[in-house]
Each structure stands twice: as structure tokens, then as C-alpha cells.
Design a protein around this ligand. Structure first.
Ligand code: KIV
Length: 277
């Protein structure tokens, strides 16, 4: 890591599963960002973020797919291992990708065990409510902490008719609340709520003991999560619910343009960047 970055101090206290429930009780907001590689994860960890999610959004963000559906367990393991290997403070969570847990508790357990053995993460995340409660129970009973994901669940985007707000209307809000209670009952340690109306997310946050972590679900969730490339302004387009805290994409392109220009003009490498003897 270069001198202008501040690594996580060795004394930093590791975030553990029980800290999440304690934060909810204290009314302290929980923060989560995605990470897909060691360099970025080290920087984000040093920011003091509580959780790093090795999301299957790696499919869209890093691998050039248009959905998360093609992502495999084999795709997730190297980035999860990289992030877990540098995260000194943040609790690292990895997504179980589409097709790796839906068949039932046995499949979910086999995938969860493989993730824990081969990556060093502290928890897994999966999408769905009542329909995956048995999977969450099996993982939890085996000692694998599970974060659930409700609302807009990208692995089901075709069934949901695209990127649409979920839980609108009394009946849909009721189903969402029942799903949230089901994943809590099954042992989930937290639940991500994606693209859910503010009042519905607030109500779910109120009725759950476990923390809600919102993305496009308003300020009343117990915590917030963003995809790091959205948060840092790496690309031209950002979803409406994501705030750009920097314009790193522009800065990176400018740095590359300066490098190309200096090499073309023979200005790089200069003596300071050469071995003169
Ligand atoms: O994969 C991912 O990045 C996610 C977040 C959007 C919560 O699931």
C-alpha cells in the first residue's frame, strides 16, 4: 500500500456478528460496501466501514455481465479470499450466487461450507424470504452466519419484471414483512432490503430484532449498503438510490491519459524513475 493511504491500525477491533445486533440496540447505524479485490478492500477497510460484501454484483460490476445470473461459486471464491485476507476490521460477507442454494438445505450447506473453508469470510448472504428459510436454518445450525436479502433480489430479476421497487401496496408490504420475520426466525443475522418504499422498510426495521441494511430503502433502516463503484463514481451511470461520494472514474482516466501522453512525449521515465548505475 502506498504512503498516501492509511492502513487499518493493527489495534482495530474486528467487527463480529454480535456487534450488529448491539449496534441496532444502541441506534448506531451500520455501514456496508461491496468489495471484489484486495487493493480496494484494504482501502475500504481502513475507512472504518463495518461490513464488506463480496457481492455477486461482481458479475455486472467487474465481469461485464448484464445480470448476476451467470456468476458461479468458482467465480466468487478468489475475490472473497482476497477481500477476507486484507480486511482487518470489517466483517466480510460473501454472496451465494444464483443456482448454489435454491435446491434445498443440503445444497445451501454444501455451498456455505465450501465458502467458509476456502475463503476466510465470516458470513454468507442469500436472496429470498420464506422460500429459503430452511436453507438459512441449515446454514445457521452449522455455525455459518447468514445475511438475508429481500425486496428487489437481483438473482430473480426476470421473475420480478426487471429492476422494480418491491413491497408497494398493502398486500405486497405484508408479504415482505412476513418474509423478513421468516428469515429472522430461521436465524439470519441481518437482512438487506433493496428498493423498498421508505415506510415499508421503516416498518420492517421496527418489527425485527435483527438489523436491516438498506439499499434504496430509505434512511430508517439500521444500516446502509452501496456498491463501491457507485459510491466512488467509477462509471458514468449511477442508480438513483446511490450517492456518488467521489469521481474516481474521471480521476483514473485522467491519470491514464497523463501517463500515455508522457510516454509518447518521452517524458516518462525520467531520471527519478530510472536506475542510473
Ligand atoms: O451483490 C451485491 O452487491 C448486493 C448488494 C446490492 C446488496 O447484493
Amino acid at each position: 500500500m502506498s504512503a498516501h493511504t492509511k492502513p487499518t491500525p493493527a489495534s482495530a477491533k474486528k467487527v463480529r456478528v454480535h456487534h450488529l445486533a448491539a449496534a441496532k440496540e444502541r441506534g448506531e447505524k451500520i455501514t456496508m460496501l461491496t468489495a471484489y479485490d484486495a487493493v480496494t478492500a484494504a482501502l475500504l477497510d481502513a475507512s472504518g466501514v463495518d461490513l464488506l460484501l463480496v457481492g455477486d454484483s461482481i458479475g455486472n460490476v467487474m465481469h461485464g455481465h448484464t445480470t448476476t445470473l451467470p456468476v458461479t461459486v468458482d467465480d466468487m471464491i478468489p475475490p472473497a479470499r482476497a477481500v477476507a485476507s486484507v480486511a482487518k476490521r470489517a466483517l466480510v460477507v460473501v454472496d451465494l450466487p444464483f443456482g448454489s442454494y435454491e435446491a434445498g438445505p443440503e445444497q445451501a450447506l454444501a455451498t456455505g461450507v465450501r465458502m467458509m473453508k476456502e475463503t476466510g469470510v465470516a458470513a454468507v448472504k442469500l436472496e429470498g424470504g420464506t422460500r429459503v428459510a430452511a436453507q438459512i436454518r441449515a446454514l445457521t445450525d452449522a455455525g455459518i452466519p447468514v445475511v438475508a436479502h429481500l425486496g428487489f433480489t437481483p438473482q430473480s430479476e426476470h421473475a420480478l419484471g426487471g429492476h422494480r421497487v418491491q413491497g408497494r401496496g398493502d398486500q405486497a408490504a405484508e408479504v415482505l414483512a412476513d418474509d423478513a420475520l421468516a428469515v429472522q426466525e430461521a436465524g439470519a443475522i441481518a437482512v438487506v432490503l433493496e428498493m423498498v418504499p421508505v415506510d415499508v422498510a421503516a416498518r420492517i426495521t421496527e418489527i425485527l430484532r435483527i438489523p436491516t441494511i438498506g439499499i434504496g430503502a430509505g434512511a430508517q433502516c439500521d444500516g446502509q449498503v452501496l456498491v463501491w463503484t457507485d459510491m466512488a463514481g467509477m462509471t458514468d451511470w449511477t442508480p438513483r438510490f446511490a450517492k456518488r461520494y467521489a469521481e474516481l472514474g474521471r480521476a483514473l482516466q485522467q491519470a491514464a491519459e497523463d501517463y500515455v501522453a508522457e510516454v509518447k512525449k518521452g517524458r516518462f521515465p525520467d531520471d527519478a524513475h530510472s536506475f542510473l548505475e
